[in-house]
Design a protein around this ligand. Structure first.
Ligand code: NAD
Ligand code: UPG
Length: 435
């Protein structure tokens, strides 16, 4: 198939590369000239395992190219994927500005019949809006069909997830369009869910909302466990062995972040508000997550009267391991609070320091490795469970730090292991050690 993918962010780029890998001819269109120039050289602007190899292979085999020119990018294409961002408006609703801009460009440049496939996460009803908007301004007499194909990849394992996900959801009100999309997706070898437009849109929001709820649920169990002497690691393990519950997404921590859960939970609440329905569970999930994101600094401030002038090491800036993304990462608000309290912050992240620099205040010391960040610190705070951070021996905190007081927001170490050292250790949902 001849395919165009609009937007080369985490979703669009991975989708474009993977669709070319299974034999389609793909042109990716983006308005960011610098990004497109980098991509043309086979260099990935984002950190995703396996992505650059796919880019290079498919560019060299002439199945994948990049452009900023809509006319050139759309020429001869049968299918056009929309994968631009849908961030959050101030009231929590989804901001469809980029989607609308894409529709305007499509109206201007489409001359042949196409299927428009929406990958961006959009509120229920948006696909009908997209079709209407394109048709309203269309300069040619092309026929526009529309489908929803929500994306479920996780950052950090995006390429893996595309070929190993649990399902592909394709939604359209036309059986013929669904047949075409089934053929396009056959190469991924995953089970497919065929449904109508609105159900496909809803499956995406409902899935993210459910996962966010699961995380907030276990975080609340962790907070209670701390207060009554239980250990959340054991509680999660014991719960997760029940297959009706499942072991995934039961890791207690400092709240969910990233570019999806925070905005998508708010967006579905906003959709419900418009439909005059009160989403009671989700409203509480959002509030509970907000509270959880403040918990690690609260623990620090409970332990120390003041952190003014103290050297604090912050380990991990990305919202989760294996990504360079800091969008809605807990690290941002944690570091802002630490700086506000007058701390001297030294930090290390294996991949996200460049992105973090763009959004964090001045005066932070970015270090090349964990040792340099931790050396002579009085407090160390772990925010992301990178492999490097989890495997950094706990004894080293004792030898490197001025006073070894560690606050672990991701439960990277066993209490047994920490107990053998002189480290004072505070984690999530487990008894503290050494104070
Ligand atoms: N990031 C994820 O893990 C993930 C997973 C599933 C779904 N989603 C959804 O997918 C969508 C995209 O997310 P993302 O993280 O890839 O976004 P992103 O911000 O990383 O990328 C968006 C890209 O679109 C480009 N763009 C903006 N306006 C454009 C226009 N008018 N024409 C062409 N290109 C344009 C931008 O330059 C950017 O490169 C969102 O709706 C998001 O909710 C994201
Ligand atoms: O047990 C857990 C699992 C996750 N998290 C946190 O939850 C957030 C999101 O993690 P994850 O879901 O792994 O990453 P994303 O890349 O944001 O992926 C989610 O959001 C994407 C965008 O919609 C979807 O496509 C994916 O299916 C969905 O998992 C991160 O801050 C994690 O630290 C926890 O605190 N505990």
């Amino acid at each position: 198939m001849e395919i165009a993918v609009i937007g080369t962010g985490y979703v669009g780029l991975v989708t474009g590369a993977c669709l070319s890998e299974v034999g389609n001819r793909v042109t990716c269109i983006d308005i960011d000239e610098e990004k497109v120039a980098t991509l043309k050289q086979g260099i990935s602007p984002i950190y995703e395992e396996g992505l650059e190899a796919l880019l290079r292979k498919n560019i060299s085999e002439s199945r994948l190219d990049f452009t900023t020119d809509y006319k050139e990018g759309l020429a001869g294409k049968d299918i056009v994927y929309i994968a631009v961002g849908t961030p959050q408006n101030d009231d929590g609703s989804a901001d469809l500005t980029a989607v609308a801009a894409v529709c305007r460009a499509l109206s201007k440049h489409l001359v042949q019949d196409v299927i428009i496939v929406t990958k961006s996460t959009v509120p229920v009803g948006t696909n009908e809006y997209i079709k209407g908007l394109i048709e309203e301004n269309l300069l040619s007499d092309a026929t526009i069909s529309i489908a929803s194909n929500p994306e479920f990849l996780r950052q950090g394992s995006a390429v893996y997830d595309t070929f190993n996900g649990d399902r592909i959801v394709i939604g359209s009100d036309s059986p013929e369009v669904l047949d075409v999309l089934e053929t396009v997706n056959e190469g991924f070898g995953l089970p497919m869910v065929r449904t109508n437009l609105r159900s496909a849109e809803m499956i995406k929001y409902a899935s993210n909302a459910f996962l966010a709820t699961k995380i907030s649920f276990i975080n609340e169990m962790a907070n209670l466990s701390e207060r009554i002497g239980a250990n959340i690691d054991d509680v999660s393990r014991g719960m997760g062995m029940d297959q009706r519950i499942g072991e995934a997404f039961l890791n207690a921590g400092i709240g969910y972040g990233g570019s999806c859960f925070p905005k998508d939970t708010r967006a579905i609440i906003s959709v419900a508000r418009e439909a005059e329905y009160d989403m009671q569970i989700l409203e509480n999930v959002v509030d509970s997550n907000e509270r959880q994101r403040g918990i690690i600094v609260e623990k620090v401030m409970d332990r120390f009267d003041s952190i003014s002038g103290r050297k604090v090491a912050v380990l991990g800036l990305a919202f989760k391991p294996n990504t360079d993304d800091v969008r809605a990462a807990p690290s941002i608000s944690v570091i802002e609070k630490l700086i506000g309290e007058g701390a001297e912050v030294h930090t290390f992240d294996p991949a996200a320091m460049e992105n973090a620099r763009k959004v964090l205040p001045e005066g932070i010391h970015y270090r090349d490795n964990i040792e340099d960040a931790v050396r002579d610190a009085e407090i160390a705070i772990i925010l992301t469970e990178w492999k490097e951070i989890k495997s950094f021996p706990i004894e080293k905190y004792e030898s490197l730090m001025e006073t070894p007081v560690v606050f672990d927001g991701r439960n990277c170490f066993t209490l047994e292991g920490v107990g053998k050292t002189g480290v004072e250790y505070h984690s999530i949902g487990r008894p503290s050690i050494g104070n």
